[in-house]
Ligand binder design. Structure first.
Ligand code: TRP
Length: 477
């Protein structure tokens, strides 16, 4: 056990866990989900989900990991018997699924960073067409953008970067890289927000984002808000069990989890604060209604934002656009390392394999698992329109399946804590590093949520998502 590795202290752990949480989910998915779901009202629902439900689940997950000091499978088996170990295994498989498509999207962002900073992507005429062609042909599009261009290569490089960091271990790899990337990310984010707020019509975007329109509240808003909150905080699949297992008993879990939740939520919040003023600025420039700018769906940051950077002119566009995609890459990388660490920790702890070997082996497997997602954006027709999945593409299918795994995993985890491991054991774990825990209000709040509210709500939500995904939500209510 001695050489499993550990974080150097509270700051290292918080930065790494916040790095895991802050990712494409915050910058790529949150703004478009908010755009689709009425802006401010989505934000409100999202915040409620984070503080009422996700924070307790996060505390529980970290407590399991630290108490057992093992990987996801090992922790569940140690605390609850071998059968529960399968829940850990389920999470590990979910992590492999997530990383397989996540790395593809990260590869797009990395390609955009290179193309905007060093190529001539911003001189394109039509960013929608460009994006379509870019994701469609994964091998080479050297005629586009002026730079040799290959999605396959970009996501391969991204996976290699991830593997290099994870192979260095907890302190020298994961912790050290987060200590550089996380502060840089905040600086870039704040810089772009300050700039975007100076643009004409920016405040109309701020209004859309901050003033809720309660009539927009629909069941879809709640479903999207909750699944996004879960994904964004990296809950439900053992990433935080794994990171928690490297945390010292001296540290206070309840307060660390609060800092992590706030750090993650603030980045999602700021990403919206950056995107909506930009979108409203573009609407003003083109003299159209902001609603006419398609802010919905995955293309938001790859189609609408480049168009805005284009409007800023060649030099400023390159600087702001390049910084933006660098920010996305940092955010994605701190998340991909946490996703890779989950299966790696499993094989290192359980099969006693060497970290370096395991890292490269798993990175390769996951990269290969990502190929169908990569090829599903138009290159291969049947992957682009899955007949069993309402004609949607394979990448969307995997992303949706991951959402289901996370909510199901989270629900079962709460059942595990409440009914198998026991609330008393969780309390004992949380007392380490926090002497006042037993008498605090946080304790009652955690008990109520983990024992009752979370499992019921997450179970219900999982069913709703499954029905929604396979049959369409219009058939549900
Ligand atoms: N939370 C990350 C994001 O918002 C993604 C992520 C990293 C994740 N590790 C995870 C999601 C573990 C679920 C589980 O982009």
């Amino acid at each position: 056990m001695a050489n499993r590795g550990n974080f150097s202290g509270r700051i290292g752990f918080i930065l790494a866990a916040a790095g895991s949480a802050v990712g494409l989910g915050n910058i790529w998915r949150f703004p478009y989900l908010a755009g689709e779901n009425g802006g401010a009202i989505f934000l409100l629902v999202y915040l409620c989900c984070i503080f009422l439900l996700c924070y307790p689940v996060m505390v529980g997950e970290i407590a399991i990991g630290r108490s057992a000091a093992s990987d996801a499978f090992g922790s569940y088996s140690k605390l609850g018997g071998r059968k529960w170990g399968y829940l850990g295994l389920f999470g590990i498989i979910a992590g492999v699924l997530i990383l397989s498509f996540y790395n593809v999207v990260a590869g797009w962002a990395f390609g955009y960073f290179l193309h905007i900073s060093f190529g001539d992507l911003l001189s394109e005429q039509n960013f929608g067409t460009f994006f379509g062609t870019y994701v469609n042909d994964i091998i080479d599009l050297s005629s586009l953008g002026g730079l040799a261009n290959s999605n396959l290569l970009f996501s391969l490089v991204f996976m290699v970067l991830t593997a290099v960091i994870v192979s260095q271990g907890i302190q020298k790899g994961i912790e050290a890289s987060n200590k550089i990337m996380m502060p840089s990310l905040y600086i870039i984010l704040v810089g772009i927000i300050v700039y975007s707020l100076t643009l004409p019509n920016a405040f109309s975007g701020v209004k859309f984002y901050l003033i809720p329109e309660f009539s927009e509240l629909k069941i879809q808003t709640v479903v999207d808000g909750l699944k996004q909150a879960f994904f964004s905080l990296s809950l439900g699949m053992g990433a935080l069990i794994t990171y928690g297992s490297y945390l010292s008993k001296k540290e206070n879990i309840t307060s660390s989890a609060a800092v992590i939740s706030i750090a993650d939520t603030s980045v999602a919040f700021f990403a919206g604060l950056m995107v909506f003023p930009l979108v409203h600025f573009l609407a003003y420039k083109l003299n159209i209604n902001p609603q006419e700018i398609g802010t919905s769906g995955p293309p938001l940051i790859f189609v609408v934002l480049p168009q805005i950077f284009h409007e800023m002119g060649p030099i400023l566009g390159r600087i702001i656009g390049g910084s933006f995609f660098l920010l996305v890459c940092f955010a994605a990388l701190t998340s991909t390392i946490s996703l890779l660490e989950v299966p790696v920790a499993y094989l290192v702890d359980q099969k006693k394999m060497k970290r370096t070997t395991v890292v490269w082996l798993i990175a390769l497997i996951i990269f290969v698992c990502g190929l169908p997602s990569m090829m599903s954006m138009g290159m291969i027709e049947w992957l682009n329109k899955l007949s069993f999945y309402r004609g949607q593409d394979f990448l969307t299918f995997i992303a949706d399946m991951s959402d289901i795994c996370l909510t199901v995993g989270g629900c079962l985890m709460c059942i595990f804590i409440g009914r198998r491991w026991g609330m008393a054991n969780m309390d004992a774990e949380l007392t380490h590093g926090n002497d006042r825990y037993m008498a605090s209000g946080v304790r009652s709040y955690l008990h109520l949520t983990i024992k009752w509210i979370a499992p019921i709500l997450l179970g219900f939500l999982s069913i709703v998502i499954i029905v929604e995904k396979f049959f369409g939500i219009e058939n549900l209510f």
